[in-house]
Design a protein around this ligand. Sequence first.
Ligand code: ADP
Ligand code: ZN
Ligand code: ZN
Length: 702
Amino acid sequence: MTEEPLANPHFWTEVVVTTPAHSGLGPTLGYWSERPLAPGTLVRVPLGTREVLGMVWDAPAEPPSPELEALARPVQQVLHELAPLDQRWRQLVAFAARYYQRSLGEMALAALPPQLRELNSEQLQRRLKKRKAVETHATALPQGPALSPEQAEALGKLEQTSKPVLLFGATGSGKTEVYLRAVQDMLARDPQAQALVMVPEINLTPQLEARFAERFPAGSVVSLHSGLTPAQRLGNWLSAHLGQARIVLGTRMAVLASLPRLRLIVVDEEHDPSYKSQEGARYSARDLAVYRAHLGADDGPCQVLLGSATPSLESWYAAQQGRYLRLTMPQRVGGGAWPRLRLVDMNHQPKHTVLAPALIQAMADRAARGEQSMVLLNRRGYAPVLACHDCGWKSNCPHCSAHTVFHKIDRTLRCHHCGHTTRVPRACPECGNLDITPMGRGTEQIEEQLAGLLADARRPDGSPVRVARIDADTTRAKGSLESRLADMHAGEVDVLVGTQMIAKGHDFRRITLVASVNTDSGLFASDYRAPERLFSLLLQAAGRAGRDAAFVAEQGSSVELWVQTWYPQHPLFAALAKHDYPTFAEQQLSEREAAQMPPYAYQALVRAEARTQEAAQALLTLAAQASDGLPGREQLTLYPAVPMAIQRVANVERAQMLVESTSRPALQAFLAAWQDTLHSLRGLPETRGVIRWAIDVDPLTI
Ligand code: ADP
Ligand code: ZN
Ligand code: ZN
C-alpha cells in the first residue's frame, strides 16, 4: 500500500459499535481515518467519553451530510494485525441483525470473542505470534471404519447436491461417522477448506472433539463454546479466522465465527431447542447456518448438513417441499435392535406409585446381570413444591408468580426464576401444621425413592446396586459431569437418573433399559411444540439403550424403553412404539396446517417488561393500535397482550404479544417499521414504568 500524502489525511469511515438498543444512533457511526480502511477492519474509536472496539463497515467514501461530517471524530487505533472480517461474514451478521431485529453493531460485536474488546494493538500482536507457532503436521491418521451401505449412499448423494441436506438417521445409525467422512472428503479435495460442526450442548463437545481429534491432524480442530476461558476462546477464534483451524466444533455461538474458507457446515441434532438463543439477539443458529451456507465460499459452494433422528417440523416440511434434500438412514450400525416400548399404565398401579414395581424389578434384574439402566426425568421444572394439605398453602416466591422449589440437600426453598432463597419453614406459615410435604417429584426425590426401592438389589459381585444422578444441580462444579459420565462408562454405576442432559448424544455401551417416569406433562402442555419435544426426547433417550449389539446378544437381554403414563392410548405412543417418526411428523404437520401454525405461518413475540403489568400491557396494546398503515400490516394478525407464563421475575412484570402472518416478508417488513412505533410510545403516561421490550422472531415457546 502506498503512503497517503499528509496534506489530506482524512478518510470518511463508517464504524459499527455496540450501541444501546434504540439509542437513536444509526446503524453505523462516522469517523475520520488517516488511511482508507477496508470494511471488516477492527478499530478502537471514541464513543462519548469512552474508547470502544468497533468494526469498519461497508460505506460510501464521502460523508452522507455536512452535519455528520462536522460531528465526526478520528479513529483512535487500527488493529492492523488482524485481517479484516470478510464480506460473507459481514453479510451474515447484517442478515442476522435485520432478521432478528437487533442493531448491526450489537450483532457484529457480540459475535467476536469478548477478550478482543480489551486488547490493544501490541497485546493482539503478541497473541498472534503465539498462534503462528502452532504447526499442523499431517501424520498417518486412522481413516475410520468401512462405511455401511446406508452411510455410503448418504455420502454419495451429499456430494451431488447443492441443496441443504437433512440427514434423517436413527440414533446410532452412524450420522457422526458421515459427518467425519464428509469433512475428510472435503479436505481431500481442498486442503485449505474449513468446516463448522455444531452440537446443541457444551457437554457434547468433548466427546465429539475426541472423535474428530483422532481423525485429523493435531491443531486442526478447535472448539468454540461458552465453557472456554476467555483466552482459549480468543485463541480458538483466531485460529479459525486466520484459516489455521480446519475444523471448528462448537455450540450455537460458533455459527458466527469467522471462517474465511468455510465449505461445509454440519448441524447435529438440528431439532434441538438449544440452537435458538434465549437472550440478546434471539437468533437460531440452525437457520443462520442454512443462510451462511447459501452465501457460498470464494472458490465454490458451501454445503450445509442438518442431522437428526427427529428433525424439527420446519426442516421436515422444507424437505417435503423439496427445498432440502432428505437422506434417510433407518438402521442402527451393527444391526442393533430398536428398544421395545413398554407402556406402564399408571391408572393400574398401587396408590401413590411413583415408580411402578414392575419397572423396579426390571432394573434390579438388569443390574444383577451387569447391565445398566437409565431413568429419564422430563426436565427439572417439575421439581417439588412444598405444600400444606390442611390449608392448601404452597411455597411461593415473594417476587415471582412461581413456586419455589424444595432443595433437600441444604433444606432451602429456591425460586428457579429469580434465585430467591429461604430456609424451609418448620411448620406451615399459614396454619402452623407441622406436616408440610413436597408435592410433585423432583430429581432428588426420585433418586432417593429409587435407591430405597433398589436397596435389596445386587450387582453381579453381590455388592449393592449404585444409583447416580446427573442434572444441572449435581454437575455445577467443574469436572463433576465428566466424572459422573466416566463412572457410568466404566460400569461403576448401575442406574443413572437425570434430565434431558443424559438423553442426548452419549455413547453408553451397557444400557439395556431406559425409563421415562414423569412423561405426561409433555402430552398436554399449553405449548404447541410440547409433543414434538416429548417424542424427540423419548426417542433420543431410547437411543441410549442397546448401542452395543454384541453386548446385548451376549447378555441375551431385550432392550426396552419403559414409559409411565396415565394416558397410554395417546397416539404419540403408537408412533413411538413403531419408532415411526415420519407418521408422527405427518400427524403433527396436518394439525399445524389446520391451525395455521408454524411452519405454515410465521410468528414473532414482543415481550415487554415493566414495574406494573398494566404498563407492560399498555405499551403492547398502544403499539398495536398505532400500527395501522405500517408495511405488511394487512397480512398480519396481532393478538391481545397477555401476561407471560412466568408473569413476574425479580419484581418485574412481564407481558407479551404474539404477531403472526402467513407471509414472512410481510412480518419482517412490519417488525422493522414497528420498532419505531414501540420506541415512540415510551414516555407516555400509560407506559410509565416500562423497563424494556424486545422482539423474538420465530419464538420457540409462546
Ligand atoms: P449417531 O451419530 O447416528 O448416533 P454414531 O456415528 O455415533 O451414530 O455411530 C454409532 C456407533 O457406531 C459408534 O460407536 C460408531 O463408532 C459406530 N459406527 C458408526 N459407523 C460405523 C461403521 N461404518 N462401521 C462400524 N462402526 C460404526
Ligand atoms: Zn397450612
Ligand atoms: Zn422468584
